[in-house]
Unconditional design. Structure first.
Length: 216
């Protein structure tokens, strides 16, 4: 079973074939496209773990493909290595500014190719492991916070409902027939507000319980 999937974007058949043999011999799964235009739908369907891309190609050169590739959310952290017969400082700088991680000058030997690939994949794996550790850490912290908020909500609901229940009991004991019109309206208003507040508290406690059951 392949260790990693590598996309080769290369318009020279002989070099692409030679590179494919080297990578497959070392256990990599290889996908090949002859230009950047053909490569885009390939990566959207089968996201590679690393890209090796020629710069001078018809139908979308390597720079253009790199720009479009980096626009894909899942591709932002994928190692990208440029392949070129020309490697001036300006070429390297331009490629790095567009999101490339490395540069290999053609022709390049087997050891140079595999060293570059393994270095980038190792770094990618380390970054992903660190990211997963942070995700796990924050997930624990979020769960602790949710548990604390749940406890506070439960406690506060009891604190608020105790005097509220006493108020509702007092209101129910008032003889409405003995009140004048103004006081009667006031008592009815207080009764209605107390009932609404009690309903809101009950619903909040219910929602908290439901959320906790779904997260369990």
């Amino acid at each position: 079973m392949s260790k990693f999937r590598i996309l080769i974007v290369e318009d020279e058949p002989n070099f692409a074939s030679s590179l494919t043999r080297i990578l497959q011999h070392d256990g990599f799964e290889v996908i090949h496209a002859f230009n950047g235009v053909d490569a885009l739908p390939i990566v959207k369907k089968n996201m590679p773990d690393l890209v090796m891309c020629d710069i001078n190609m018809p139908l979308g050169n390597g720079y253009q493909f790199c720009i479009e590739f980096r626009k894909i959310p899942a591709a932002k952290s994928i190692p990208f290595i440029f392949l070129t017969s020309y490697s001036t400082p300006d070429d390297v700088r331009n490629g790095m500014n567009l999101g490339a991680d490395d540069y290999l000058k053609k022709p390049c030997g087997r050891k140079e190719i595999l060293d570059a690939i393994n270095t980038r994949l190792k770094r990618k794996t380390e970054i992903e492991q660190e990211a997963n550790k942070l995700i796990d850490k924050y997930a624990v912290e979020i769960q602790k916070r949710d548990n604390t908020l749940g406890e506070i909500a439960h406690n506060q609901s009891h604190v608020v409902r105790a005097p509220l229940a006493a108020l509702m009991q007092v209101i129910s004991m008032i003889e409405l027939k003995d009140l004048n019109e103004n006081n009667l309206q006031l008592v009815r208003l207080l009764g209605g507000l107390a009932t609404q507040l009690d309903t809101v508290i009950r619903e909040n406690v219910y929602n908290i319980n439901t959320l906790e059951e779904q997260q369990a």
